[in-house]
Design a protein around this ligand. Structure first.
Ligand SMILES: Cc1cc2nc3c(=O)[nH]c(=O)nc-3n(C[C@H](O)[C@H](O)[C@H](O)COP(=O)(O)OP(=O)(O)OC[C@H]3O[C@@H](n4cnc5c(N)ncnc54)[C@H](O)[C@@H]3O)c2cc1C
Length: 428
């Protein structure tokens, strides 16, 4: 229905900055780059829905496509909006490991494979999951990913440095019939999922954290709404498969209703703060006036440091090391130029902008992970392995102020269930 209406859509436009009013008390619009020309365009709006979808692509192995760069969370931080739960990054156990030369590496092999009875094997082709959890391969994503990382760290690995997924014991014909798409994806990379072994590695998949928002999708800035993977607080520290799309659909729908009804009350377009626009344009254009550098090498460094020090298993030493490394990386990024001869679909420029967002959100993840001195859900601290006092739970809020990230612990308010309680009724 929306597509059939006469609504002007801005195709190939990338949002780069949330622009407030001069007083800073409300949103006036969004600054965008028309990727077809490289021109900047301010969209003056009475309401803006932030829904750019997160996606932890700062890790060496990740499932979302490479064009996801956490722009929404980065724009929110720059607009002084708080993020919450941002340390909660979910790793999916079975990312396809197809070598460094293909972008298929990291893409996901679905949960149903383990659910149907698939085995994970170490480099000696032995099952290991039962040593970590009685549910073995059917344990939750965080537990399986952690166990896999421990096995990988022990050095008993497959030729590409991962582990194996085996389905053949369920009958190759059965596997081919049940998991046609997965069999084809593996075949594209030279693996026989139905009858042989496939190399796998845990892979960064989903961000439970994001912009703090209210159940009606409003945020701390008047006129700005948020929904979907850009937001935090819906899942807590972990997420069940399937709840990502549910989150986006439910809150996207609420946002539509709430924005629609709020716009019914006459609210004028607000004047944007012109200085904020100039500052944002200058920040985006900064690399265009510097000699072209090696943006790809910076991205590789980001991948490695996030994977090694802010990944599946963390500790204070690694997180502090990562914070320093991210500061260095950011300084080098600011010195790294991009050929600006043509701005039409200038992918190097957009890679630079991707990095700018990813490094900022990576800093927020490291800061938040360092502030949480316990292990919960997807966040595991080797130096604080216990979950801590559940009744006194708090979440971590991170804000950006004058270029510095600050964290604070916010007590969790239990409004429906307390730890140990359930809303489910037992049936016999
Ligand atoms: C491989 C994979 C498999 C998944 N499988 C499942 C599953 O089976 N079940 C499930 O529940 N969840 C799954 N998820 C998670 C789920 O897909 C996401 O959580 C969900 O799509 C997020 O929805 P969203 O609307 O918030 O964002 P998205 O669906 O990511 O949409 C965001 C949109 O914003 C655009 N955008 C981004 N940045 C900008 C910018 N700066 N300016 C303008 N536009 C921008 C993007 O191009 C995109 O179109 C999966 C995720 C991945 C990566």
């Amino acid at each position: 229905m929306v597509w059939s209406r006469d609504i002007k859509r801005l195709e190939d436009h990338r949002a780069v900055s949330l622009i407030k009013t001069r007083e800073g008390d409300a949103l006036a619009g969004v600054l965008m780059i028309d990727m077809r020309s490289g021109e900047f365009r301010l969209v003056n709006a009475r309401a803006v829905l932030l829904a750019t979808g997160g996606g932890p692509t700062m890790y060496k192995f990740h499932t979302p496509s490479g064009d996801k760069s956490c722009d929404g969370m980065a724009m929110a931080l720059r607009a002084e909006l708080p993020l919450r739960d941002i340390e909660m990054v979910q790793f999916h156990p079975t990312g396809l490991l197809a070598g460094p030369d293909t972008r298929i590496t990291g893409t996901v092999l679905e949960e149903g494979l383990r659910g149907a009875g698939g085995y994970l094997l170490d480099g000696d082709r032995q099952r290991f999951m039962a040593r970590y959890d009685p549910r073995a391969e059917r344990a939750t994503r965080d537990i399986v990913s952690r166990a896999m990382l421990r096995e990988i760290q022990s050095g008993n690995v497959s030729p590409l440095g991962g582990l194996y997924l085996q389905m053949s014991h369920l009958g190759p014909d059965n596997v081919r019939a049940q998991f046609k798409g997965m069999v084809e994806r593996c075949a594209d990379c030279g693996f026989d999922l139905a009858g042989g072994l496939v190399e796998v590695v845990p892979t960064a998949h989903y961000m439970m954290g994001g912009v703090e928002f209210a159940p009606d999708t409003t945020t701390a800035v008047r006129g700005l709404y948020a929904a979907g993977e850009d937001t935090g607080g819906v899942h807590g520290a972990n997420r069940l498969g399937g709840n990502g799309v549910a989150n986006s659909t439910v809150f996207g729908c609420i946002a539509g209703d709430v924005i629609g009804s709020n716009l019914n009350t006459a609210r004028p377009h607000l004047d944007p703060d012109e200085d904020s626009i100039s500052t944002a344009v200058a920040a985006c254009r900064a690399p265009l006036s510097k000699p072209a550098g090696e943006i790809g090498a910076l991205r590789e460094r980001l991948y490695d440091l996030m994977w090694n020090d802010v990944g599946i298993i963390r500790d204070a030493r690694g997180l502090k090391r990562a914070e320093l490394a991210l500061e260095d990386l950011h300084a080098e990024l600011l010195d790294c130029g991009v050929d600006g001869t043509s701005l039409a679909f200038n992918l190097s420029w957009h890679d630079w902008l991707n990095m700018e967002s990813l490094v900022l959100v990576s800093r927020a993840i490291a800061c938040s992970a360092l502030a949480r001195n316990n292990s919960r859900g997807a966040h595991y601290r080797e130096d604080f392995v216990d979950a801590g006092e559940l009744d006194a739970s708090s979440y971590v809020r991170v804000t950006l102020s004058d270029g510095r990230l600050e964290s604070e612990e916010v007590p969790v308010e239990f409004t429906k269930v307390r730890p140990g309680e359930t809303l489910l009724e037992r049936t016999s």
